[in-house]
Design a protein around this ligand. Structure first.
Ligand code: ADP
Length: 664
């Protein structure tokens, strides 16, 4: 076994690997970018080296620098995590050339699976079933159109070099083909440096079921059951589970054996995942093989009781597989929710910002949190916006779901938009509980997944007012004479009972409250309603009795912005101060950047006529493209940015004079 390894990654996976390595007595070398100087993975490691500036291309993707660091630090092996260099053949080769063990498969196996097209050809030969389509080298437009016609619609365009749902487009009909192809190629070129596409029949109700395989250097291969990753947005997984609900033992075995066959066809070594589309009729088709440890590996660990990073380290260190197939037992059910900095209400746009407040559920035998961030860290534009993985386990799926719902309620974040409320609604929804899974789940059940807020708005305002008042009191310093009437912290006034106003902003609407304080009680009026409140604040939680109804609700105040956490959802409000110019809202057809990112394409120029819904500008953030569309028909009056420009969230990109405004 190794004495010292280097982890060529960041975030939760770097922390995850360090944890197991330390348990096995292996020293860990971390690498980091300038943006990650104070990151958790750096703090956890035994030593750490700066690679370069924040962009991945200048830091975590610098294979040469990483190899230098490994040599200088005496690391015997490199764990690449997932993403970055984990599936880079040249990097695996460079490790080998420098006598460093790459903790992953041989370069040849990565290369074989690195192209989705080549992988399909290999699988065809190994007798693994494939989705019908085209996976050839000829990428001319005419040929792709002819193959699309042959395949039929809807079809899926997929980047041959793709991953993470990027460079994929569903095409419903021929008339959309060229535009979709151009967009997918551009995204693929950007993200993977290779615009090549393959075409697949788009299955309309498949499930994504994947098999975890492991092979050693002695020709042994096993499968550690499957994961169901059908719940996806933008073809990216958000909630995964193991085992796959309703999968029969026979199907598990058939898929598992096909997966091991697939791995052995390319002389695989280490951890790998063979992904299948599992169709309603029980048939399954090979999709791709990921030649690394997957993000969602913890659910497999929870049901098998194995540490997959330990397996990776042992195999890379030359040991045989820790268990034979018949020794692998499954127990209970596990779920993983990916907590992302993103805005589910705006098409899951990645969000950035500082984690001003971060509280995680208590970790137990049932609840696990894999994360790479701590309170105060920044979720930046440079890296994946995943904040953490929340993993739960219990005897049955139903119990595991209950644990997940509970744990999500205890996950509290302020400072960055997250998908916690969305995950909560998802895990708790009837179709999810009923196992009605397929990859279209989120689109199909939108109404359930974006429910109206549970916390009544007035009640939210009342509780917020208490929070502001009590927080103020806690912060006020006492004057010298504690017996002076002026030292009293309530609204004591000579000869009068004084109701003070408070203006709160929630969802950009101003609410005027009036608050009368008597001893430890408040009478709060909002609109026509009157609330009798008794409240106290301890730590971050408000304990309040409102008109006889007792509540405990946690919250966090950052500057004048308050967030309350209630059953997985958040209630935001701000205390109004004079300078909050609400009237700045009017935008007159101006179109703003929805996030920090870069301009990839400007499709119109000043003077152009545009139709409602027409794409005007394409932006990219975190390797995903976002189209900025005309809200209504009009004429472009000015374009403020050019291709390649970096823009900040909220910056006006383009001005359009809308027709109906002209008329007005
Ligand atoms: P990536 O490598 O980018 O993750 P995959 O090939 O693994 O891309 O596909 C990601 C997801 O896209 C799958 O989990 C599935 O939901 C969907 N998908 C892929 N191929 C098809 C297909 N032929 N028909 C329907 N859905 C598909």
């Amino acid at each position: 076994m190794f004495n010292k390894i280097l982890i060529a990654n960041r975030g939760e996976i770097a922390c995850r690997v360090i944890q197991t390595a330390h348990r096995l007595g292996i020293r860990c070398v971390a690498v980091y970018s300038e943006a990650d100087r104070h990151a958790r993975h750096v703090a956890m490691a035994d030593e750490a080296f700066l690679l370069g500036p924040a962009p991945s291309s200048e830091s975590y993707l610098r294979a040469d620098t990483i190899i230098e660091v490994a040599k200088a630090s005496g690391a015997q092996a490199i764990h690449p995590g997932y993403g970055f260099l984990s599936e880079n053949t040249d990097f695996a080769k460079a490790c080998e050339a420098n006598d460093i063990v790459f903790i992953g498969p041989p370069a040849s196996a990565i290369a074989a699976m690195g192209s989705k097209s080549a992988a399909k050809a290999i699988m065809q030969d190994a007798g693994v079933p494939l989705v019908p389509g085209y996976h050839g080298d000829d990428q001319s437009l005419d040929l792709l159109r002819a193959e699309a016609e042959k395949c039929g619609f809807p079809l899926l365009l997929k980047a041959v070099a793709g991953g993470g749902g990027k460079g994929m487009r569903v095409v419903e009909q021929m008339s959309e083909f060229n535009e979709a192809l151009a967009a997918a190629q551009r995204e693929a070129k950007n993200a993977f440096g290779n615009p090549d596409m393959l075409i697949e029949k788009y299955l309309t109700q498949p499930r994504h079921v994947e098999i975890q395989v492991f092979c050693d250097n002695f020709g042994n291969g096993v499968y550690l059951a499957e994961r169901d990753c059908s719940v996806q947005r933008r073809h990216q997984k958000v909630l995964e589970e193991a085992p796959a609900p309703g999968l029969s033992d026979e199907t598990r075995q058939a898929m598992g054996e096909a997966a091991v066959r697939a791995a052995q066809a390319i002389d695989y070594v280490g951890a790998g995942t063979v992904e299948f589309l599992y169709d309603v009729d029980g048939s399954f088709y090979f999709m791709e093989m990921n030649t690394r440890l997957q993000v969602e590996h913890p659910v497999t660990e929870m049901i098998t009781g194995q540490d997959l990073v330990e397996w990776q380290l042992r195999i890379a260190g030359g040991e045989p597989l820790p268990l034979a197939q018949e020794q692998i037992r499954l127990r209970g059910h596990a779920l993983e929710a990916r907590i992302y900095a993103e805005d589910p209400d705006h098409d899951f746009l990645p969000a950035t910002g500082r984690l001003h407040y971060l509280r995680t559920p208590q970790e137990t035998a049932h609840v696990r949190v894999d994360t790479g961030v701590v309170e105060g860290d920044e979720v930046s534009i440079h890296y994946d916006p995943m904040i953490a993985k929340l993993i739960v386990w219990d005897d049955t799926r139903e119990r595991a779901i209950n644990r997940m719902v509970q744990a999500l309620e205890e996950y509290r974040i302020n400072g960055v938009k997250t998908n916690i409320r969305f995950l909560h609604a998802l895990a708790d929804s009837a179709p999810f509980r009923d196992e009605a899974l397929d990859t279209g789940f989120i689109g199909k059940h939108e109404a359930l997944l974006f429910p109206a807020p549970k916390l009544d708005e007035h009640l939210g305002l009342v509780l917020s007012a208490c929070f502001f008042l009590l927080n103020n009191k806690a912060e006020q310093t006492l004057p010298a004479d504690p017996w002076s009437p002026f030292a009293r912290q309530n609204s004591w006034r000579l000869n009068s009972c004084y109701a003070r106003p408070m203006i709160l902003l929630s969802d950009d609407v101003q609410h005027s409250l009036s608050i009368l304080e008597q001893d430890d009680r408040y009478e709060i009026r909002v609109g026509d309603s009157r609330y009798d409140v008794q409240a106290s604040l301890s730590d971050d939680c408000l304990h309040a009795t409102v008109n006889g109804h007792r509540f405990s609700i946690c919250g966090h105040l950052h500057q004048d912005q308050l967030v309350l956490f209630h059953e997985g959802e958040t209630f935001h409000c701000a205390r109004h101060r004079e300078h909050y110019g609400l009237e700045d809202q009017a935008s007159e057809g101006g179109l703003q950047a929805p996030m920090n990112g870069s301009v990839v394409a400007v499709l119109v120029k000043a003077g152009d006529r545009v139709e409602a819904g027409q794409t005007l500008v394409i932006m990219e953030a975190m390797k995903m493209e976002h189209a900025i569309k005309a809200p209504a028909a009009g004429t472009v009056s000015e374009v403020f940015f050019a291709e390649g420009d970096l823009v900040s969230e909220g910056a006006e990109l383009i001005a359009v004079e809308l027709d109906n405004e002209e008329a007005a």
